[in-house]
Design a protein around this ligand. Structure first.
Ligand code: ZN
Length: 403
């Protein structure tokens, strides 16, 4: 892969403001055009609004499962961040290439697109699929239409590489997340007659206390998964809003909380436990006023990713990297969805670091782009030629009878 091509492509990609709330179609059109110019057809999988789309392409024999290179096209906002460079234009400063999404994850998209000419030339024994999604940053939302689309296809990818920034190390696991909101409804009255009302903040505080107690229970009793820096499930309340003025018993209170679970834990079970507590609290509140209660609103969720460190795909990918150390990541990816919904083994490996992702003056280094390019070059070589089939069978990427 030409490093200059990857830098040029990154320059183009960064110029599209694809903050999640905006349309990503201009970027998608640019990618389609690039693929077209190399003779690669792709198809859009649009969202309901028609303002956004995922893009999917297959290079190589289309009737066999292949390796999917997966990335998201959207970025987090720059609003409220102290950028010292223009976020939607590349700023090159020595090793560093600055811009919103440089690390998370347009650097990876650029490296993949720069590999297209070599992919097209290669004698691929199994195909490489390109899957670029939208609305990842708001809870892996956009990829779900692509998952539904792939579930209908006669051939699905055999493996997935998610190019989120890991400094080109391999990550085999991340936690799942469930975000939800509790609406607590009390009964307002003058605070001088407080016992005649139902205090929504007091009730929300008891729910908060319960969430904190559940979090403490997870920290002491587990389950534990030492692949994570915090090796157990965590729960926390992130925001709370309630009340109007001091001399009115508050009628409403709203709290947002999240569960970030290790793959060994079931967040639905934890949510069920919390809601059983909420139901008994609600019964208590309703005994004092029939309109009082607690209502759950689910915000979003995505599953954790959990691949065994000795999975054949891990060996296969590590053999293509200079540095074979495994990385722990503290963020979520679409990988858990590919694994859960389509049973596709997934690993995370991409250029740049999440230390820069979501931050002002986000950057990726030229060295990281070059390492990603070298990795993709080796991947293409491993998938090509007469020896490829044996390598792929060993990695579980290709069944004995499928070629
Ligand atoms: Zn990302």
């Amino acid at each position: 892969m030409s490093e200059d091509t990857a830098v040029d492509l990154l320059t183009e990609l960064l110029a599209f403001d694809t903050t999640s709330h905006r349309s990503n179609l201009a970027l998608i059109a640019f990618v389609e055009d690039w693929l077209n110019r190399h003779g690669v057809t792709s198809r859009r999988v649009p969202d309901a609004s028609g303002e956004k789309a995922n893009l999917y392409a297959t290079i190589g024999p289309p009737d066999r499962p292949g390796v999917m290179l997966s990335g998201h096209t959207d970025t987090v906002p720059v609003t409220g961040q102290a950028w010292t460079v223009e976020p939607f234009r590349v700023t090159a400063d020595g090793e560093r290439l600055y811009g919103r999404g440089a690390a998370d994850m347009k650097g990876f998209l650029a490296a993949v697109l720069a590999a297209v000419p070599k992919l097209v030339e290669a004698d691929l024994a199994v195909p490489v699929h390109i899957a670029f999604s939208h609305d990842e940053e708001i809870g892996c939302v956009g990829v779900r239409t692509l998952l539904a689309d792939l579930a209908e296809q006669p051939v699905r990818p055999a493996a997935c590489l998610i190019g989120e920034p890991t400094s080109m190390h391999v990550a085999t696991a991340h936690k799942g997340k469930l975000g939800a909101r509790l609406h607590v409804r009390g009964k307002a009255c003058h605070s001088g007659m407080a016992p005649e009302g139902v205090n929504a903040i007091h009730a929300a505080a008891r729910l908060t206390g319960r969430i904190e107690a559940m979090a403490a229970g997870k920290a002491t009793r587990g389950p534990f998964d030492e692949r994570f820096r915090i090796p157990h499930t965590t729960l926390q309340v992130g925001t709370i809003q309630g009340g109007t003025v001091l001399n009115i018993v508050p009628q409403d209170c709203r709290l947002d909380f999240e569960i970030r679970n290790v793959p060994e834990d079931d967040p639905e079970e934890l949510l069920g436990e919390l809601m059983r507590f909420a139901a008994s609290l609600e019964a208590e509140m309703r005994a004092r006023h029939p309109d009082a209660g607690v209502h759950l609103e689910r915000l979003n969720d995505y599953p954790g990713l959990s691949m065994a460190d000795d999975h054949a795909l891990v060996d296969f990918v590590l053999a293509l990297l200079d540095d074979r150390s495994l990385e722990r990541i503290g963020y979520g990816t679409e990988g858990g969805l590919f694994q859960r919904e389509l049973d596709i083994p997934a690993l995370v490996c991409g250029p740049g670091s999440m230390a820069q992702g979501h931050q002002p003056d986000e950057f990726v280094t030229r060295d990281q782009l070059a390492r990603c390019g070298a990795f993709l070059d080796r991947l293409i070589d491993a998938l090509s030629g007469p020896q490829a089939r044996q390598r792929l069978i060993a990695a579980g990427l290709c069944a004995h009878d499928s070629t």
